[in-house]
Design a protein around this ligand. Structure first.
Ligand code: IVH
Length: 705
């Protein structure tokens, strides 16, 4: 259908018609892709349509219309943004920060609506009665259930106002002071999900809509990564990044930023009318505008509050930032009765979540030495409440991170605590510097033992290299005895500290040589406690091999990797002999882990500790489960298209059990690409790289030997 093509059409009228048809199709598919998230045609088919349209337009420039999908990034960079007066004022919202404040809002609207209803009943000669009724705040009885509300997510982006004239996108502006904003027509036009022409057959004469332009979390991350690579200052959050992108004088820059938009309401309109907000949203959605699907119509305050609570907890699962929930009275008649104050409507409120970003002062940078000797800087902050809890410390990860963010001691900094995430410093506020701030330098010696601190080339982490560093041993003893490791009940932080301070142990193996008498030296330890610890130590000798491997504290060997290794090797001795190649041949073991294991066993002190553990009677092996043939060890398979006898995950499981890896992308290193029905781009890529391609039948033949 696409190739009705330009070639057969000769006269101008026909070109014009064809261009219109192409625009209609492109707009429709654009809408399916960007707004509904459900494309009907492939990217390639879409490109064919666009290319045909471009061809017609380049031959007949007079046919180009401003709403043509080819014109999204048309405009030239400008010198400055022009002021524009909004057709109707852009209001802001009053905030509620607690359930009580939400209650006040509901009570206020109920009171006003009820009093109007009361007066309308012709009982306006009894105002004192009404007041009495409200005074005891038994409001619900006045018909709270009848006030329909709409709950919406409060998108954390930049408020914008857009105008469509007879269905065609005319202009876009920032909020400004609510009456006059800045003209960002060209920048808004680069937003792919924004229809340049509404889908209605008979669009309203004027449609001014309001919405929030924003940057998704993913786009924000990507953008900051790119900026970091280019040595540019990072944006603190998606909102700042969106604002920055919208205020680019060159629309081409904005286009590269992949902004998106949600439309949530009306400005001034002519040629249509609505009776409530919900209906408006439906209308806007049908017009092809991107309206949030998370909105919900409710009837009671409890439901509205439940919506707020639900999204307060689930906000981190969304692909974009929200900073609260907006609750709006649905009926326009109700809205009219409630009216507006000087700045904000009385019929809506923003329920704001606790802020996840705050500013505070960085007082100092403290250094901690971990189990692997890693010297980690921690920020000491003036205590501040973020997302509901007091924060006085934040991780700084490493020296580079401090340099990269240009964080100095004494800086006022933005800190962030998103969800369960550990608090972190986002950025310093450079404008608040006084000149007294100090740059951080990683010391050359360990703050605990005075040993050398070394940072190997290419690594971000500096480490104390003294294997006898008390801080390292202390951390290791605690890890060794912890729940997921050897699980020695009673050997917590304070006992570990004393055992080391009193020189009763020097390494983890010494734990198994402690006598009951020695344990009695521990402060507050009576016979019973010493007995208990003694038997807990005995019992721990029998822990499964995986626990021991985890307890040894080999870098990058967490509980799961330890399980994999235990199952594969069956003993500490076998693992200690494994080569780098053998290790990387195992599913889930990458080069980093392999290197760290080889290094660990290459260190004499470690083998001594293991020998001591063995002599003490700590279990060092387990039965090896018979392994299937590892015929494809080290090879990678890629499956593409649909197979008739196996699902993709079944096929992947088979090759994995034979030692191979399954990947989703083709590279030169891919051993085989197995192509089922309707194999797509991976097939083509394999072909161009010269990777061996198998049919399903050939694949079955291969695995069956
Ligand atoms: S309604 C008169 N609905 O929050 C009603 N605002 O001060 C005006 N915002 O910057 C706003 N999501 O852009 C409304 N679903 C939503 C919203 C929303 C985000 C922004 C708005 C403004 C601020 C409200």
């Amino acid at each position: 259908m696409i190739f009705l093509g330009a070639i057969y059409i000769s006269d101008k009228k026909a070109f014009k018609k064809r261009a219109e048809e192409l625009r209609r199709q492109v707009n429709y598919h654009n809408y399916r892709y960007h707004v509904l998230d459900s494309p009907e045609i492939s990217d390639d088919e879409y490109d064919v349509l666009i290319r045909e349209l471009e061809a017609i337009e380049s031959q007949h420039p007079e046919l180009i219309t401003p709403d043509s999908p080819t014109q999204r990034i048309g405009a030239e960079p400008s010198e400055a943004f022009q002021p524009v007066r909004h057709r109707s004022k852009m209001l802001s919202l009053a905030n509620a920060f607690s359930r009580d404040e939400l209650n006040d809002f509901f009570n206020r609207i109920n009171m006003r609506l009820a009093s109007v209803a009361y007066l309308a009943e012709g009982r306006d000669n009894e105002p004192s009665d009404i007041m009495r009724k409200f005074a005891d705040s038994s409001i619900p009885e006045l018909g709270a259930e009848e006030v329909e509300l709409v709950c919406e997510l409060k998108i954390d982006g930049v408020a914008v106002s857009l105008v469509y004239e007879n269905g065609v996108y005319e202009s876009g502006a920032t909020r400004g002071d609510g009456e006059v904003g800045e003209d960002i027509t060209a920048n808004i036009k680069t937003i792919q999900s924004l229809p340049l022409r509404l889908l209605h057959d008979t669009p309203p004469e004027t449609l001014e809509v309001r919405g929030e332009a924003y940057l998704s979390k993913e786009q924000f991350k990507q953008m900051n990564e790119e900026r970091e690579e280019e040595g540019q200052a990072l944006f603190a959050n998606p909102r700042n990044a969106a604002a920055g992108s919208l205020r680019q004088l060159n629309p081409r820059v904005t286009a590269g930023r992949s902004l998106d938009i949600f439309i949530y309401g009306l400005g001034s309109i002519s040629g249509v009318s609505f009776s409530n907000h919900w209906e408006t949203l439906e209308f806007l959605r049908k017009a092809g505008l991107r309206v949030s699907a998370y909105s919900k119509k409710v009837n009671t305050m409890e439901e509205a509050y439940a919506y707020c609570e639900e999204w307060r907890e689930r906000r981190h699962t969304l692909p974009f930032d929200i900073d609260g929930v907006v609750i709006k009275v649905n009926s326009f008649k109700h809205q009219e009765i409630l009216g507006i104050t000087s700045k904000s409507p009385r019929w809506a409120i923003a329920y704001k979540f606790p802020a996840e970003q705050q500013t505070t002062v960085l007082r100092d940078i403290e250094l901690n030495v971990g189990r692997t000797g890693a010297v980690t800087p921690t920020a000491v902050l003036d205590p501040v409440v973020v997302a509901g809890s007091t924060v006085s410390r934040a991780t700084l990860h490493n020296e580079d991170e401090i340099k990269r963010k240009d964080i100095r001691i004494g800086d006022t900094v933005i800190i962030q605590k998103a969800g369960d995430v550990i608090p972190e410093i986002v950025a310093p506020i450079v404008s608040k510097r006084t000149g007294k701030e100090r740059e951080f330098v990683m010391p050359a010696t360990c703050p605990v033992c005075g040993g050398d601190v070394v940072r190997p080339e290419g690594e971000a982490v500096a480490r104390c290299v003294n294997i006898n560093c008390p801080a390292v041993i202390f951390e290791h003893v605690q890890h060794f005895a912890s729940r997921g490791a050897m699980d020695i009940d009673g050997l917590g932080e304070s006992v570990a500290r004393q055992l080391l301070d009193k020189s009763l142990i020097r390494d983890v193996a010494d734990i198994y040589y402690l006598t009951k008498e020695e344990l009695l030296i521990i402060e507050h330890f009576a016979d019973k406690a010493a007995d208990n610890l003694f038997s807990a130590i005995e019992v721990s000798k029998e822990r499964p091999l995986a626990r021991l491997l985890f307890a040894l504290g080999i870098r990058h060997v967490g509980a799961h990797v330890a399980e994999v290794l235990a199952e594969y090797f069956g003993s500490v001795a076998a693992l200690s002999r494994a080569s780098h190649e053998e290790l990387t041949g195992i599913d889930e073991i990458g080069p980093k882990i392999a290197e760290s294991i080889v290094d660990f066993f290459g260190e004499e002190r470690n083998t001594q500790v293991i020998e001591k553990l063995r002599r003490a009677g700590v279990k060092m092996e387990q039965a090896v489960v018979a392994r299937p043939e590892q015929r494809f060890a080290g090879q990678t398979f890629v499956f593409t298209g649909t197979m008739s006898k196996l699902t993709r995950s079944e096929a992947e499981a088979i090759v994995k059990s034979m030692g191979a890896k399954a990947s989703s992308s083709v590279s030169k290193k891919t051993a085989y690409v197995v192509a089922g029905e309707e194999a797509g781009s991976k097939y083509a890529k394999a072909k161009s790289l010269g990777v061996k391609i198998l049919t399903e039948e050939e694949f079955m033949g291969l695995i069956n030997g």
